[in-house]
Design a protein around this ligand. Structure first.
Ligand SMILES: [Zn+2]
Length: 244
């Protein structure tokens, strides 16, 4: 496998845009903890409230629980801005309406770096990625460019918003084609604590003790990534550099 490069460090604001509560916590949050510890600003935008994520709870019961768990989880890694769009969990549609919502958020937050979850067909060979992850990731990549063009979604610019052509990179977490990595040796425990905040979700997902589950899942991936990156633990990203 190719060598993993250091992530760029010449940025101050990142926006993470993912389909569901918990998408950031399966690895990326350990990197977020490293960034916020360095004084960088990171905000989260959830495209859905994850309301279809727990078999035993109706969406109406589930949405507020998952929202609260996501807010608590973000706080653990130093993120205090968590926003939710109300696209329907499980059947998020890519395309222009989603790009419009994401472009508006990007114009408000003005990030240099956007983080999203792997939109490719697989996380690893033999698996299949979810429809929501594929739709959201692709829309994020498109909206990162839309946000800079004043003639795309121009109605958003009638008030205080300005075009934001400043997104320099989109980092795809958990990509099978990772190119870059962040040393998460110092923030692994924070990342585990962040995943553990999704306690209702994890308890419904597995009979394994939640702490054991979170620790083993994150440490296994981070160890394998760290072996490639030359650190004890690492989080990898596929970094897409946008044309200026
Ligand atoms: Zn997800």
């Amino acid at each position: 496998m190719a060598e993993l490069l250091e992530m760029p460090t010449d940025w101050t604001r990142a926006l993470a845009i993912v389909a569901h509560p918990d998408d950031m916590e399966y690895g990326a949050a350990s990197a977020v903890a490293a960034w916020t510890a360095e004084g960088r600003e990171v905000a989260y935008l959830m495209v859905s409230r994850g309301e279809a994520g727990i078999d035993t709870l109706t969406p109406a019961e589930c949405a507020p629980l998952r929202e609260a768990e996501q807010i608590a989880s973000a706080a653990v890694v130093g993120v205090d801005q968590v926003e939710f769009l109300d696209h329907p969990d499980g059947v998020i549609e890519g395309g222009v309406p989603l790009r419009r919502d994401l472009a508006a958020a990007i114009r408000r937050h003005r990030p240099e770096l956007i983080v999203t979850l792997n939109p490719r067909e697989h996380f690893r060979p033999g698996g299949w990625n979810s429809a929501d992850h594929r739709a959201v990731g692709e829309a994020v990549l498109d909206a990162a460019v839309d946000a800079g063009n004043r003639w795309i979604f121009p109605e958003q610019l009638d008030g205080d918003l300005e075009p934001w052509p400043g997104v320099r990179w989109v980092a795809l977490a958990a990509s099978p084609q990772a190119t870059h990595a962040v040393d998460t040796t110092e923030t692994m425990e924070t990342g585990i604590a962040s995943l553990l905040e999704h306690r209702t979700y994890i308890t419904a997902l597995t009979d394994v003790d939640p702490e054991t589950y979170a620790r083993e899942f994150l440490a296994n991936f981070a160890t394998a990534s760290g072996e490639r990156f030359g650190t004890r633990y690492a989080t990898t990203f596929e970094l897409i550099t946008l044309a200026g």
